[in-house]
Design a binder for this molecule. Structure first.
Ligand code: ZN
Length: 430
């Protein structure tokens, strides 16, 4: 048995020996109900993580993202960053997990905050997205530190707020403060539930906008005296159906997006409002007869690395301008709401190579490289932090995220923790 072989074997044993600890840690994290919105129990989970990691020699900082969206004294946006220096200088590997979970919704057969273990699965809101991943990364880091206390460089573990609502009180804020500066952190792994044999290199772009068509109010019995904003919007929709949607379906990407249906440009119509506001649920009267003078539609356009945001915007503007010239009294306003650029880490990047090699060692198969259809905190690490060596890799089945009876498999967490520990050995062990 060679040296590399025995080092590898020892990590696998060290992780296996921590199975009960991994289960208990995951259960503890699930039992802290960090619902977002509104942003419950962030301080509690940060203090829990701080206490655990301090005992293992990490230096810990609790940081409140004061003044970010949603932050208030009732719902403060707390984040935790723990850093453990090795014996000699070197690179820093950072594991970033969001601590927030989405609402539970209906149809649960388990207690959403019970952390129940049954047949090798731990149930609860956030089990797979992503407290299981957070627990696996902690166990991996601790096993690595025990085996190699004088490693080269540093390990960081963060628990951050608000990923489910855009990450502005979490990773975006930390990146603005310089915590993801490439001079400080060199490799980032985000243990989101992408399955233990897949490496997520990045995500598609996002462009959200609100389109408003204008009309003129009049009595509904004489609509010819007014101008119906909803009919104008109908013309926009028709143009989308006949020209835009077929064009989007023809834009294919080299990004390995999963599921396959997202390997092209897509656009969702998020909402549509025209005419009178919806009455309150308990209102028993009738609507009045009016011609709508405004109609608003929010579109959620997801775009590819081969496109850019200006092009995406221009496509919509061209349609609206065409209607302005063709259609009597058509006028519109376009308000851009949100934009995120697509990002994709190179397959040859150091963190990708290390994790890929480790997956082959643990699972005896080559990893699958994927790209996420939606965005996650990598956007802030890339755009604000300017840190490119970043992936998402973690246990759990993505389809279970946000579902009732969400669970994470203990074996999957064990395998992922082994991959993470071997990756640390590869990046910091020398
Ligand atoms: Zn997540």
């Amino acid at each position: 048995m060679g040296v590399a072989q025995s080092v590898r074997g020892s990590y696998l044993d060290l992780i296996d020996a921590r199975r009960d600890e991994l289960i208990a840690l995951t259960q503890d994290l699930i039992r802290i109900p960090t619902l977002n919105p509104p942003g419950e129990a962030y301080l509690e989970i940060c203090e829990y993580l701080a206490e655990r990691l301090k005992k293992r020699g990490f230096e810990v900082q609790l940081l409140r993202a004061e003044g970010t969206p949603g932050d208030s004294d009732r719902y403060p946006r707390w984040n935790v960053i723990a850093r453990r220096e090795g014996g000699v200088p070197g690179k820093c590997v950072h594991f970033n997990s969001h601590t927030d979970v989405v609402e539970t919704g209906k149809d649960w057969t388990k207690d959403p905050f019970g952390g129940e273990l049954e047949d090798g699965k731990i149930y609860g809101r956030g089990a797979c997205d992503m407290k299981g991943g957070l627990a696996a990364s902690i166990i991996a880091a601790e096993a690595f530190i025990d085996a190699r206390p004088d490693f080269a460089g540093a390990i960081e573990i963060s628990g951050t707020a608000d990923e489910e609502t855009g990450g502005y009180g979490g990773v975006a804020w930390l990146a603005e403060q310089g915590y993801f500066d490439p001079s400080r952190v060199q490799h980032v792994i985000i243990p989101e539930p992408l399955n233990k044999d897949r490496i997520c290199l990045g995500h598609r772009g996002v462009w959200w906008a609100e389109i408003e068509t204008k009309g003129h109010i009049a009595h509904g019995s004489m609509p010819f005296l007014g101008d119906c904003a909803v009919r104008h919007m109908g013309a926009v929709l028709q143009e989308f159906e006949t020209t835009l949607y077929p064009a989007l379906a023809n834009k294919h990407t080299a990004m390995p997006v999963v599921p396959e249906g997202a390997r092209q440009s897509t656009m969702n119509i998020n909402s549509f409002h025209g005419g009178q506001a919806e009455p309150e649920a308990d209102f028993t009267g009738f609507p009045s007869a009016c011609v709508p003078d405004s109609c608003r539609m929010v579109v959620d356009r997801r775009y590819l690395i081969e496109e850019d945001a200006d092009e995406v915007r221009q496509e919509i503007v061209d349609i609206l301008d065409k209607l302005t010239s063709e259609r009597d009294r058509f006028s519109y306003e376009l308000r851009e709401l949100w934009q995120v650029s697509p990002t994709m880490t190179d397959e040859d990047a150091p963190v990708v190579r290390s994790v890929s090699k480790s997956i082959e060692q643990v699972l005896a198969r080559k990893p699958e490289y994927v790209v996420s259809p939606g965005t996650y905190d990598q956007k802030h690490i890339d755009r604000i932090g300017r840190l490119k060596d970043c992936i998402a890799y973690g246990p759990g089945i993505l389809d279970l995220a946000h579902q009732p009876d969400e669970w994470v498999g203990v074996d999957d967490m064990i395998d992922s923790a082994k991959v993470m520990a071997l990756s640390l050995e590869d990046l910091l062990g020398a």
